[in-house]
Design a protein around this ligand. Structure first.
Ligand code: GAR
Length: 189
């Protein structure tokens, strides 16, 4: 069995879609959901899905190796970031080479980097008058949104679209593609 750990800071809609998609397959399990935020919606979803949760704070994450050790003890094969808003410590990135992926709600390299997450991305896309946006699934390195691209999908942005409209269309793409791309990556491990 391949074992996946999901990091999430937000509502957790992607985490839930991934879990739903993968329950059909007997050779993959979501072993653990990790979060920096006790108030995140993802925590309730994890409980409902009967997936164990680990909450951690900044000091634990950046100044101890507890999270890395746990991931190693649990023999995690793939780390999936699904709306996780903290930079991965380089020690963690080095401990899991090519085993950490992220989804970004825009067409990288545009609209990436520190501070470009969630709603801010869609606001920037609309403000720039872009005619399209989309999703980027990529490997994670020590810098925000700069790892090798695995997959992109696009959606049109019309002049009347609000950031909320763009967010809705991008989220649809995320839910449609992220679970499938993860299943493919795991199958190839
Ligand atoms: C998703 O749109 C994801 O692409 C974005 O956060 C949202 C989480 O939604 N991630 C980033 O902005 C990372 N820089 P969710 O909690 O409903 O899955």
């Amino acid at each position: 069995t391949r074992r996946i750990a999901i990091f999430a800071s937000g509502s957790g809609s992607n985490a839930e879609k991934i879990a739903e998609h993968l329950t059909n397959s007997t050779d993959v399990e979501i072993t653990l959901i990790l979060s920096n935020s006790p108030k995140a919606g993802v925590i309730d979803r994890a409980r409902r899905l009967h997936i164990p949760v680990l909450l951690f704070d900044r000091t634990t994450f950046y100044e101890s190796s507890r999270v890395i050790r746990l991931l190693q003890e649990q023999q995690i094969d793939l780390i999936v970031l699904a709306g996780f808003m903290w930079l991965m410590p380089s020690e963690l990135v080095q401990a899991f080479p090519n085993r950490i992926i992220n989804i970004h709600p825009a067409l990288l390299p545009k609209f990436g980097g520190k501070g470009m997450y969630g709603h801010f991305v869609h606001e920037a896309v609309v403000a720039a008058g872009e005619t399209e946006s989309g999703i980027t699934i990529h490997y994670v390195n020590e810098r925000y949104d700069e790892g090798q691209v695995i997959f992109q999908a696009r959606c049109p942005v019309t002049p009347t679209d609000s950031p909320e409209d763009v967010a809705r269309n991008v989220q649809k793409l995320e839910h449609e593609h992220y679970p499938r791309v993860i299943a493919d990556l795991v199958a190839a491990l």
